[in-house]
Design a protein around this ligand. Structure first.
Ligand code: NAD
Length: 469
């Protein structure tokens, strides 16, 4: 297994500190990776800056062809890549395979985008052309929940717009990203896409470096705030995809069976460790008991276990810190008088397993309702008055996503318009599209990813005014 960093197209071994990568289902150390030293980081950034001098002029068709070849290469190694993702992240193998497939689709979509050029002509005959030029060297910092796919979400828009990019994956899940950067380096020139390894300290050094023109970050709000603070001296631009506390509102006209299957997936996908997962659910009083009953049946039917077992439908929480946080939130909800329902299925004794959990009738100021749990626990609250529930859920400091569940699509859209979130889904949640802008309002983020708008975040404008001599 390759555990090296990638600098200037070469694998580079560590010289100092190392980090153990732990399988969260077995608690076994599955690899040990080096931590990039400050000297190696400087060298990596200098080589990327050098590579940019030619990469910025690369022919668009060459990039498109390389992207298709990378996507094909990824798909040809789907099972090996998915195995790596499951071992380091914990998710069931079918979900890891989906992560690999979606990544390849995403890369092909980005390849299909053409960087626009605008043309204007003024009445005096002056012509103006507005270009979207590359920025230079981009730093990408990624989290541990969808390590492979989120790395691709950062790297490919940056590369498509002719930037060079350096990724630092989460110290908890570096292995599949190392493999991704290895594949990319088979198809792109040296120095264009690099990878450094380590914890938040190396992330801090990378993102604050004066040669870095932009930082793209997915992770917690507190780290995003630190990156933003560090960007001030050099006026780097940033894209921050941060935490959320997504709300779902279920009206009383839904089909309970179909809706509950979808609600379960929306809230518990990847054991709830998805930024855009449903994190608090408001259900109309008339159908509250039926929804709880159906969701209880669904959580009781999950097979909790190690992700490599083909029968597993529900994996562990990725790391000890997150495991302790989610456990504390459940205990607190019990202390606050809420009713907690946990799956009756047994869980392995070892590993960071928390069974899928429902928290009923908690008050709005309970921590599990107010804060982002980022784990397999869903608070379900009752409501009668839709206006009041929209008003109170909008008080959240987060504004990533929200959903409305109803057969009345007109009413759903009217409610969607009132929700203070970057994305609103009607009758689904967390199903992201490569074409639609995705970003958070309030403490959930800054800037956008995906689609043409997301792509152009990796460029700056240059207007060229041409007057006849
Ligand atoms: P985190 O912020 O602790 O870590 C994310 C990455 O930042 C890691 O690679 C880490 O090493 C690095 N990092 C830590 N300190 C840094 C610093 N000072 N400077 C630069 N880099 C630093 O987040 P996490 O625990 O990995 O992820 C969980 C959180 O991320 C949750 O709150 C979740 O909502 C959020 N998240 C958001 C999205 C989204 O798209 N909005 C997606 C996934 C996760």
């Amino acid at each position: 297994m390759n555990t090296s960093m990638y600098i200037n197209g070469q694998t580079v071994l560590g010289t100092g500190k190392t980090i153990d990568v732990i399988n969260p289902a077995t608690l076994e150390v599955i690899a040990t990776v080096p931590s990039t030293t400050p000297e190696q980081l400087d060298d990596c950034i200098a080589k990327a800056k050098q590579a940019f001098t030619t990469w910025k002029n690369v022919d668009d068709q060459k990039i498109v062809q390389a992207f298709h070849a990378i996507a094909e290469d990824i798909l040809s190694q789907k099972n090996a890549l998915a195995t790596l993702i499951t071992q380091e992240q914990g998710k069931p193998i079918f979900l890891a395979q989906l992560e690999v497939e979606l990544t390849a689709q995403w890369i092909n979509y980005i390849a299909s985008l053409t960087i626009p050029v605008e043309h204007y002509r003024e009445t005096n005959g002056k012509k103006i052309t507005v270009y979207n030029r590359p920025l230079g060297v981009i730093a990408s910092i990624t989290p541990w929940n969808w390590p492979f796919m989120i790395a691709a979400w950062h790297l490919f828009p940056a590369l498509r717009t002719k930037n060079c990019v350096i990724n630092k994956p989460s110290e908890f899940t570096p292995l599949s990203t190392i493999k991704l950067v290895e594949i990319i380096n088979k198809h792109l020139p040296a120095g264009v896409c690099s990878l450094v390894l380590g914890d938040g300290q190396i992330g801090g050094e990378l993102t604050a470096h004066p040669f870095i023109e932009k930082v793209t970050f997915t992770g917690s709000t507190s780290t995003g705030q630190r990156i933003l603070q560090n960007s001030i001296n050099t006026l780097k631009s940033v894209v921050l995809e941060l935490g959320g506390n997504d709300v779902g509102i279920v009206l009383d006209d839904v089909d309970i069976e179909i809706t509950c299957q979808k609600l379960f997936m929306s809230a518990f996908l990847n054991a709830g460790q998805t930024c855009a997962c449903l994190k608090r659910l408001y259900v109309h009083d008339k159908i509250y008991d039926q929804v709880v009953q159906k969701l209880t049946e669904i959580i009781n039917a999950q097979v909790i276990g190690e992700g490599m077992a083909s029968t597993t439908t529900f994996g562990p929480v990725q790391n000890k810190m997150q495991f302790d946080k989610v456990q504390r939130l459940i205990e607190d909800a019990v202390e606050q008088g809420a009713t907690v329902i946990q799956s009756i299925q047994t869980k392995p004794e070892k590993g960071y397993f928390i069974p899928p959990t429902l928290v009923l009738d908690a008050s709005e100021d309970t921590a599990v309702v107010e804060q982002e749990q980022f784990g397999p626990v869903l608070p379900i609250l009752r409501f009668i008055d839709i206006d009041k529930v929209v008003e109170s859920t909008n008080r959240s400091e987060f504004g990533l996503g929200g959903s409305v569940w109803t057969k009345d699509l007109q009413k759903g859209q009217e409610i969607a318009e009132k929700m203070e979130t970057g994305t609103v889904w009607i009758n689904s949640h967390a199903d992201l599209s490569p074409e639609a802008a995705f970003g958070g309002w309030k403490l959930s983020g800054l800037g956008y990813s995906f689609g043409m708008g997301g792509l152009l975040q990796y460029t700056h404008k240059q207007s060229v005014h041409i007057t006849e001599a």
